[in-house]
Design a protein around this ligand. Structure first.
Ligand code: DC
Length: 201
């Protein structure tokens, strides 16, 4: 039986780290669905048509390190509102979600659209302030120039665009467990997520 863990939430709430840790703990393959949109966003920044880029995307050739810049994040959020882009990326994600041995996928619409029957759904969130501070620290640690006020504005703008789009908006599934990480360390957040998954495993 497939055992899909769907982890959704806004940017910098900790879902990536949580998803990776849950996948490692339960020995499940992990897909960061944001990378698909980032790859399309990166192509759009290079002048490619985003729909053609999404249709031609080879998900096995994603370079996570190169795709994790603030500029590409913004472009990803922009192309993610295009219905044809989302449609082109659905099949790969659904097949991944239904892997026989189980899977962990994180994103914005995994529990609602990609894997509505997921065995576990987590909605990982945190205040805008806490998320901006984390993202700022992350960018600085990687040697990227970063301004906290700018990061806060970017995070808030991306939230708005992700939440307000009509197609597959960022929203908690009705049966998702919300994990607010504002006042948690990442270790505490991971522990809570693993406990939630273990309860259903
Ligand atoms: O998780 P991330 O920051 O890498 O995602 C980048 C953008 O991609 C995000 O702002 C919205 C979009 N995205 C989406 O629309 N649906 C997903 N399942 C994952 C990401």
């Amino acid at each position: 039986m497939s055992f899909c863990v769907a982890i959704d939430g806004p940017a910098a709430a900790g879902k990536g780290t949580i998803a990776k840790s849950v996948a490692t703990h339960f020995e499940l393959p992990h897909l960061d669905s944001g990378l698909l949109y980032r790859a399309v966003g990166a192509r759009e920044l290079q002048g490619e048509d985003p729909v053609s880029a999404a249709e031609a995307l080879d998900p096995s050739e994603l370079d996570a390190e190169k795709l994790r810049t603030a500029e590409i994040a913004k472009a990803a959020s922009r192309v993610a509102v295009i219905p044809e882009v989302r449609a082109a990326l659905v099949d790969f994600q659904r097949v991944f979600a239904q892997r026989a041995g189980g899977a962990v996928i994180d994103g914005r619409d995994i529990g609602t659209v990609i894997a509505p029957d997921a065995a576990v759904k987590l909605f990982v969130t945190a205040s805008v302030e806490a998320r901006a501070e984390r993202r700022h620290a992350e960018l600085m640690a990687r040697g990227e120039a970063s301004d906290l006020a700018q990061v806060r504005d970017d995070v808030a703008a991306r939230d708005r665009r992700d939440r307000e789009r009509t197609l597959s908006p960022l929203v908690a599934a009705e049966d998702a467990l919300t994990l607010d990480t504002t006042d948690l360390t990442i270790e505490e957040a991971v522990e809570a997520a693993i406990a939630a998954v273990a309860a259903k495993r």
